[in-house]
Design a protein around this ligand. Structure first.
Ligand SMILES: [Zn+2]
Length: 354
């Protein structure tokens, strides 16, 4: 008769346990464990299919949970498109909630949050944002040896009717998702003040515009001028990560981010010709700025200084960017006058040059 491993072990334990009471006790315990162990082994062997099913479910559940967890963590329903846009307005809160971002990083982020297209007023509360009005800038430039007079003089008015435009003109460079910045594009940065920089060729017109606004009792503030490529990319990636953390897939996060921050290499901020301008009484980059005195004044007068409202209302289908009453692009007085008078976009203007 064939004996199993279990039977042999039990038999040996029994024999070993007969020699004294202590051994007997140990042998009984050994037999007990032996029975329990082999019982478990037999059970698992007889129920292999069931076991496999249970393990599979566990693996699948773990995999599913790791993908979808942020949805539950966020305590939000699955988001519709509309809700996604509503989220954008809630940016500052979400960043604070993002666990990986420390308070120190948050402070560094503060300036970077000043992106086109979303509300940052809440985060700005109680923080010292580096922004300058005209007085700061002029004082700074005086210290740097620039003459105040040159800044205060408005640029010469050009004859807009006969202006001969060239697509090669640096002022008319078209930068958008379809037209990334040419690799060989170069320009000289000038410091407005502190870390704020822009193309040196537009500074005088910019200051003249701020001066003219000031004479009307409007204090303009420069928010985001030049942004470096690396910074732009970093901001873009940060955005994608943020939305993925909210349960979006990479593709959805990319799409949404590209509506808010420009895709790397397609932002005018990178060539120093774009400025986000607000005023002392309305500092957030949101649509409401267009209704303020400063917003209205800028729309009426920016062209006199070579600037245009780059992303006007109702032209989203051309610019692919939502209405941004705070984003001004320098194109030179002649082109700006035509663009603002005809209420067209830079895309349309450049198209006509072809
Ligand atoms: Zn902008």
């Amino acid at each position: 008769m064939k004996t199993t491993v279990e039977e042999r072990i039990r038999y040996r334990l029994l024999r070993w346990g007969k020699k004294g009471p202590v051994r007997r006790g140990l042998a009984v315990m050994g037999i007990f464990f032996c029975i329990a162990f082999f019982h478990g082994v037999h059970y698992l062997r007889d129920n292999r299919k069931r076991l496999a099913m249970v393990m599979m479910s566990l693996v699948l559940f773990a995999a599913y949970a790791s993908f979808s967890f942020p949805i539950f963590a966020d305590n939000e329903e699955r988001m519709t498109d509309g809700q996604l846009h509503a989220l954008i307005g809630d940016e500052s809160v979400s960043l604070v909630q993002e666990a990986e971002i420390s308070m120190e990083e948050l402070e560094n982020l503060e300036e970077e949050l000043l992106l086109d297209g979303f509300e940052v007023s809440r985060l700005q509360e109680g923080t010292e944002e580096e922004q300058f009005d005209l007085e700061d800038i002029l004082n700074y430039r005086m210290e740097q040896g620039e003459s105040e007079a040159s800044a205060a003089e408005p640029p010469e008015q050009a004859d807009t009717g006969t202006a001969d435009f060239s697509k090669e003109d640096w002022r008319l460079i078209l930068v958008n998702k379809q037209h990334p910045i040419p690799e060989d594009y170069s320009f000289t940065l000038a410091t407005i003040k502190g870390s704020k920089q822009c193309d040196e060729r537009i500074i005088d017109d910019l200051l003249a515009m701020m001066q003219a606004a000031k004479e009307e009792g409007i204090t303009l503030l420069i928010k985001s001028p030049y942004r470096s490529d690396a910074r732009q990319e970093m901001l873009f990636e940060k955005k994608i990560k943020l939305y993925m953390g909210r349960g979006l897939s990479y593709m959805d996060a990319y799409k949404l981010s590209s509506q808010i921050v420009m895709v790397p290499d397609s932002s005018e901020h990178q060539i120093g010709l774009a400025l986000d301008i607000v005023c002392d009484t309305y500092e957030s980059l949101s649509e409401g700025f267009g209704e303020t005195r400063a917003g209205i004044w800028l729309e009426e007068h920016c062209a006199e200084f070579g600037f245009i409202v780059r992303y006007p209302k109702g032209k989203e289908y051309i610019t692919s960017v939502e209405y941004e009453p705070w984003h001004f692009r320098y194109v030179g007085v002649e082109a700006a006058t035509i663009i603002m008078d005809r209420e067209i976009t830079l895309e349309e203007f450049v198209e006509e040059l072809e």
